[in-house]
Design a protein around this ligand. Sequence first.
Ligand code: PGA
Length: 256
Amino acid sequence: MDKSKRKVVIAGNWKMNMTFRQGVAFINELKPMVQGKDGCEIVVCVPDTDISAVSEAIKGSNIKLGAQNAHWAKSGAFTGETSADMLAELGVEYVIIGHSERRQHFGEINRTVNMRLKAILGAGLKPIVCVGELETERELGITTEVVSLQTKVALHEITAEQMKGIIIAYEPVWAIGTGKTATADEADRVNGIIRDVIAGLYNKDTAEATTIQYGGSMNSKNAAELLSKLNVDGGLIGGASLKTEDFTAIIEAAQK
Ligand code: PGA
């Protein structure tokens, strides 16, 4: 298997942190630190209220803009929601969907992840689809089943051609924001399972070309080992993406 076929993507997930002013200050600090570090794609997924300002702030840099969710409808009576077209018009390129915090607190289910995925692709954006098992599911030994099911339902009715624009992020829920990380071997193993699911749904070439990130307490210390694994093509980073030094260190680890 050839890892060089895949794009390495390091994406920060700011979650509900940073006002737009703080976000712009962060980007202005980050820009010179990551300039020329083109061995990976660099993405910041920001709160909706920060999108306009950050979209301006990243101009002329190698930093790409992402959002943290998008509704499945193009428009309509969905109070409080944001459509993929609205995000696209502001310069957003990537959209996280199916994050475990959305599943846990906002009623996200596999079927709605699939609906969002189609809307995001329809708007010409690149989805980052999160999958991952709960701690209890891990203890029950059903990680493979859970992650396979989440991946299959998310990708329902998606073509091999469309897969070229989709990123999967394996995020074991017990590792998110807890400081507990999957070992590099464990991350590699589950990412490999996801790749096998994609090979089964499509073919080997599609599976080998799909970027599969790891997320869950990735930081400046463990990034190099995680990213060295054959099946780990980048990271989705929460806490460590909120400090320019830490985020830059992870981006540096992804250059090799
Ligand atoms: P964390 O978050 O890096 O703080 O664990 C990752 C995520 O939720 O995407």
